[in-house]
Design a protein around this ligand. Structure first.
Ligand SMILES: N[C@@H](CCC(=O)N[C@@H](CS)C(=O)NCC(=O)O)C(=O)O
Length: 207
């Protein structure tokens, strides 16, 4: 592995797309500067970010955009991408499935996380977007966990995919716990990740 890498993560002061990156850096016991800013600071900061989005992981002064590319980079760096080309392809296909799932639930999520949202519209989006997405996609994630038999999404053990899946499903679970009740494999996986000794202190103290 490359020595003495200096990591700086830029994101809003929330979990969002940065959280799997934070989890992975903590899991790998990497020190990093967790730069969190307010929405009002974003206009000024935006122009200094490649692709003008966050999260950005700065590595020795080089700014990397795109959360999934950042996760893959860290996966390669810390040997958390799967054991061979085929397993890495399976891992990538799970990440793509997760992206499809996220696209499906986004209309629901984009208003669900607001402090004030119209309850009628929220219920409509829950029924029309969240529940169909869960029912059509989550069984595939369950199949991957069952097939891997490692407690993680691929056979050889933990990869960057586990942090991505855990964080997104935990958001669903926090907002609508009953929706994931028929899928104990998924909720057990979330518990497994959050119970990793390397993450204990961070999870206990995070917002
Ligand atoms: N595909 C990108 C999406 C990045 C993205 O949309 N980030 C949002 C925050 S979650 C953002 O930068 N919003 C501010 C803006 O677009 O001006 C990724 O996964 O990093």
């Amino acid at each position: 592995m490359e020595n003495s890498l200096k990591f700086k993560l830029y994101y809003f002061d929330t979990r969002g797309r940065a959280e799997p990156i934070r989890l992975m850096l903590h899991y790998c016991r990497q020190e990093f500067e967790d730069v969190r800013f307010s929405v009002s600071d974003w206009d000024t900061l935006k122009v200094s970010m490649p692709q003008e989005t966050v999260p950005i992981l700065e590595v020795n002064g080089k700014k990397l955009p795109q959360s999934r590319a950042i996760m893959r980079y860290l996966g390669r760096l810390f040997d958390l991408t799967g054991r061979n080309h085929l397993e890495r392809a399976v891992a990538d296909s799970i990440v793509d499935l997760l992206a499809d799932f996220y696209t499906q639930i986004l209309p629901w999520y984009s208003i669900r996380h607001l402090t004030e949202s119209d309850p009628e519209n929220l219920l409509k989006l829950k029924n029309e977007r969240l529940i169909p997405a869960v029912e059509s996609k989550v069984p595939y994630f369950v199949d991957y966990l069952k097939e891997a038999k490692s407690g993680y999404y691929v056979k050889s053990g933990i990869t960057f995919v586990d942090f991505l899946c855990c964080e997104l499903f935990s958001i669903v679970q926090d907002f609508e716990p009953e929706v994931l009740l028929p899928y104990p494999e998924i909720t057990d996986h979330i518990k497994r990740i959050y119970s990793l000794p390397q993450l204990k202190e961070y999870i206990t103290n995070r917002k």
